[in-house]
Write a protein that binds this ligand. Sequence first.
Ligand SMILES: Nc1ncnc2c1ncn2[C@@H]1O[C@H](COP(=O)(O)OP(=O)(O)OC[C@H]2O[C@@H]([n+]3cccc(C(=O)O)c3)[C@H](O)[C@@H]2O)[C@@H](O)[C@H]1O
Ligand SMILES: Nc1ncnc2c1ncn2[C@@H]1O[C@H](COP(=O)(O)OP(=O)(O)OP(=O)(O)O)[C@@H](O)[C@H]1O
Ligand SMILES: [Mg+2]
Length: 248
Amino acid sequence: MKKNADDIVQWLQNYVREAGVNGLMVGVSGGLDSAVVAYLIQRAFPSHSLGVLLPLNSNPEDMAHGKKVIESSGIQELTIDLTETHDTMYSTISGQLKQNSAFEQENDQLAGANLRARLRMSTLYTIAAHYNYLVVGTDNAAEWYIGYFTKYGDGGVDILPLVEFTKQEVREMGDYLGVPDEILAKKPSAGLWEGQTDEAEIGTSYDKIDAYLNGEEIPDKDKEIIERAHRRTEHKRQPAKQFHRKDH
Ligand SMILES: Nc1ncnc2c1ncn2[C@@H]1O[C@H](COP(=O)(O)OP(=O)(O)OC[C@H]2O[C@@H]([n+]3cccc(C(=O)O)c3)[C@H](O)[C@@H]2O)[C@@H](O)[C@H]1O
Ligand SMILES: Nc1ncnc2c1ncn2[C@@H]1O[C@H](COP(=O)(O)OP(=O)(O)OP(=O)(O)O)[C@@H](O)[C@H]1O
Ligand SMILES: [Mg+2]
């Protein structure tokens, strides 16, 4: 992993120079992927890298892990609590939908959760404009392949350094970089609602998705889940669908 980490650091430095910006930033959740990105961007830009903690009805343990990542990586810190902003915005929207009889209870949890991810994205870009930094995404190969991210939420970023690394490889890179053990050992969670774990929501495990991406055989039922998720989320990996004029 040393070679991969060195290559990413160099790629980050080159891209920042090419883009003509001052540095890099990432939302730090207390999970593994953002921890690895925080360590990498700190290596690339020791005095121009920023980790942003964005608590939003978040599990206090996750935020404690996020703080630990900030301290142990040495990245600069900013904390912005979006809980009230989210609650005001979501209740305003859902109140109006209820008046129009357009509120669907079964879509409530996911719609509120995706708003969390999109509020984080808006916050990161507002900060990025002030620092003249790029927003670094944390998607790994498994999440990217199955589209396990919110379109224009945590998927709304400028660059993706980990997108060709499986979840296991991200863990190995984290181990090499010195990410604290309790974060390396944590169950992946989007933290979008209480008790959420990625694997329970996706219906298969990262080990199986990693194995599938490595060309290994996995059970048919897991393969179907992965391939269906990949097909259904193709739109998230592409620019917005465009109409092409027939007279051009
Ligand atoms: N064919 C198509 N062509 C163009 N656009 C299409 C489309 N189908 C849906 N859409 C649009 O896409 C929207 C649905 O996509 P989206 O809004 O992303 O929503 P959706 O994929 O339903 O939900 C996001 C998923 O990602 C998970 N997530 C989110 C955030 C963080 C993490 C994490 O791991 O930390 C995980 C979350 O738990 C959930 O399972 C629709 O509302 C519609 O606007
Ligand atoms: N509370 C938060 N504060 C700041 N950023 C957040 C927060 N929650 C989510 N994010 C951002 O959204 C990204 C997507 O979350 P995701 O859960 O996939 O990654 P992770 O938490 O870093 O790792 P893991 O998948 O192991 O939980 C995070 O990496 C982070 O950049
Ligand atoms: Mg997480």
